[in-house]
Design a binder for this molecule. Structure first.
Ligand SMILES: O=C(O)CCC(=O)C(=O)O
Ligand SMILES: [Fe+2]
Length: 248
């Protein structure tokens, strides 16, 4: 994979709540215009350090985690992370990679409603009604390149992702259209002056997702970009991630 041009959230290294130097900085909302109506918002310290550990321990213990079989390129394999699904009553069923998760109720896990309320407060106008939870037990658990572009989320899904525990890298890369691929093949080896001009936006981004952080993808991000959490040999602890979504 290409090396990423831009590393954001570098203050993520500083996960000790008592460190004061960048306190106001890290609580701030950072907005990234990815171009063409795609946008990412990142709030490194969305939830407090201590509250985040309380949520982490609750979720790790109480959520009925499963590791289902899914289909990838026509082959059956075990999903490389634990998962669980929560949805409001009466919504159409979610199905991804040939897997239809059981929808648990928000009422079964009341603390999730508190986290949802905090997300709604940070994102006025949003109305999330479902939640896909992920648990990465170690650095060999991952999520492969994908976009959350299932029809039931509509054409411009907003996805709010809250992270707890071990910091992991979250990557975004621009989808290449057929036209761009053909251009790339034609232009390989040509002098720079003949190659089409790059636009001002980078086509790869990397976020080190902190304990207690919130990352939001909105606009055309699911249409035009792919995202992943790659394997990392040095990630030696559990990470839990909540992705809030709105089924239309
Ligand atoms: O764990 C993450 O940060 C991303 C999870 C994700 O992309 C998904 O559940 O669709
Ligand atoms: Fe995703």
């Amino acid at each position: 994979m290409n090396s990423f041009k831009r590393q954001v959230g570098s203050e993520a290294r500083n996960s000790n709540p008592s460190s004061s130097s960048s306190d106001s900085e890290t609580r701030k909302r950072q907005t990234f215009d990815l171009g063409n109506g795609s946008e990412v918002i990142y709030i490194p310290r969305f939830l407090s350090f201590d509250d985040s550990w309380k949520w982490f321990h609750y979720l790790n213990k109480e959520i009925p985690w499963t590791r289902p079989s899914i289909r990838v390129f026509g082959r059956s394999c075990i999903q490389p992370r634990d998962t669980c699904y929560i949805a409001s009553e009466g919504l159409p069923e979610l199905c991804y990679s040939g897997y239809q998760p059981h929808a648990y109720s928000w009422d079964d896990y009341p603390p999730l409603k508190n986290i949802l309320a905090a997300v709604h407060e940070a994102l006025p106008g949003s109305n999330f009604n479902s939640l896909l939870l992920n648990r990465y037990k170690c650095g060999s658990d991952y999520v492969a390149w994908h976009s959350d572009d299932e029809k039931l989320y509509g054409p411009t899904p907003e996805i709010a992702s809250v992270s707890f525990g071990c910091e992991r890298e979250f990557l975004l890369k621009k989808r290449t259209s057929k036209i761009t691929q053909v251009q790339a093949i034609r232009c390989a080896g040509e002098p720079a002056s003949k190659k089409p001009r790059q636009n001002k936006h980078s086509d790869q981004h990397s976020f080190m997702l902190k304990h207690g952080s919130l990352l939001v993808m909105r606009g055309n991000t699911q249409r035009d970009w792919l995202h992943s959490v790659p394997k990392r040999a040095n990630a030696d602890a559990v990470r839990i991630n909540l992705t809030f979504r709105c089924v239309l």
